[in-house]
Write a protein that binds this ligand. Structure first.
Ligand code: F6R
Length: 362
């Protein structure tokens, strides 16, 4: 069942090229305009509210960049457990996007129900056909990740990003903000082979393993990112926490000097996502801040980012891609790092303590 992999998590990390490719092709009919999104019709949202939990919530945070940047639709992202108790401003012009791998998360279902009562349109991005969330929403877009067995979510996340990206372009086309969606389709269609490039290179895997070997005994770690890669820093930290039980915090790199920089000393590993994009120079100066406080700098970066590599104690080189799609690539080394650290520590990677695959109680 694990197809030769030691754990489901590792197998699922390696399935991501296939999962993303299937998610693109599964959603092509509406993306190409060959058929409408069932249940959404011609609905033009004035606003979007994304509700989700955990890793799915982080996918939502990346989605906000997509909907705002491409479709110019104001987008909020809420933890479902917060949304349901905060008396949100929501009406019939609001699109609620519930993101849920399982489709059974209690808080996400409750948030959807609240929005529905207030006449919002509800669209679910889901991985499980026929799950509660899919039955209770106006429209459903599926991720084609296939069954995710490992408690720690990996391939569900990258396929959620895929759907959110395609949907944002779709809305942009409908608002006449984008006239050639094929350009965007081409860009995302390159992602599976870029993922593969990274995953199939034995040397890369060994680099991540070496890092895991070196750092599995730490008790804290900081993850930094900016712009679309800020949520990836959060996701990297969550992966480490949940399977290796090491305290990790994700932070927007620009916020460092407002507090967390006080934590940095020669014992603090700081994992920074520093790939090409509009915030590249900014991240570079954040990296220098860490370095000057003797923090251990570990970066996820591109081959052409010489200044980053020079300022890093360790760097993991990932293939360069469009900055908005870089989260789909950049998250992979962070998933692997958490995986190998947990494995070094001898923990039950697929069944971490205190966690359940789907959280059906509040
Ligand atoms: C993290 C993880 C959880 C889930 C969260 C939401 O690796 O698996 O944080 O992402 O419980 O689950 P779904 O997406 O099923 O609603």
């Amino acid at each position: 069942e694990k197809a030769g992999y030691k754990h489901f998590m590792l197998k699922e990390i390696y399935e991501q090229p296939r999962a993303v490719a299937d998610t693109i092709s599964g959603n092509l009919p509406w993306f190409r305009g060959e058929m409408p999104i069932k249940g959404l019709g011609n609905f033009k949202p004035e606003r979007i509210q994304i509700v989700a939990c955990g890793t799915s919530y982080y996918a939502g945070l990346v989605g906000k960049f997509y909907f705002e940047n491409f479709a110019r639709i104001p987008t909020e992202v809420d933890y479902a457990s917060e949304y349901r108790y905060r008396n949100p401003v929501v009406n019939e012009n609001t699109l609620i996007i519930a993101i849920t791998q399982s489709g059974e998360t209690a808080d996400t279902l409750a948030a959807m129900r609240l929005a529905k009562e207030r006449k919002a349109k509800v669209l679910t991005v889901c991985n499980v056909i026929g799950s509660s969330a899919t039955r209770e929403s106006d429209a459903v877009l599926y991720t084609y990740a296939g069954p995710e067995i490992s408690v720690a979510s990996t391939k569900a996340f990258t396929t959620q990003l895929t759907v959110l990206y395609l949907l944002s372009i779709h809305f942009a086309v409908r608002k006449n903000l984008i006239s050639n969606p094929d350009i965007y389709l081409e860009k995302i269609s390159e992602i599976p082979s870029l993922m593969e490039q990274f995953l199939e290179e034995e040397k890369k895997k060994q680099e991540v393993k070496n890092l895991a070997d070196r750092f599995h005994k730490v008790s804290n770690a900081l993850y930094l990112g900016r712009h679309v890669n800020y949520p990836i820093a959060l996701e990297g930290a969550l992966k480490l926490k949940e399977i290796s039980y090491i305290h990790a915090e994700g932070y927007p790199a620009g916020e460092m000097k407002h507090g967390p920089i006080a934590l940095i000393d020669e014992n603090m590993p700081v994992v920074t996502i520093a790939t090409k994009g509009r915030v590249y120079e900014k991240i570079l100066s954040n990296l220098a801040e860490v370095k000057s406080r003797k923090g251990i700098t570990i970066t996820v970066t591109n081959e052409s980012c010489k200044e980053v590599i020079e300022n890093s104690d360790f760097s993991i080189i990932v293939p360069e891609t469009d900055e908005f799609l870089s989260p789909l690539i950049n998250v992979i080394p962070l998933q692997l790092l958490a995986y190998y650290i947990a494995d070094f520590l001898g923990y039950d990677v697929d069944q971490p303590r205190n966690l359940a695959k789907s959280v059906t109680v509040e």
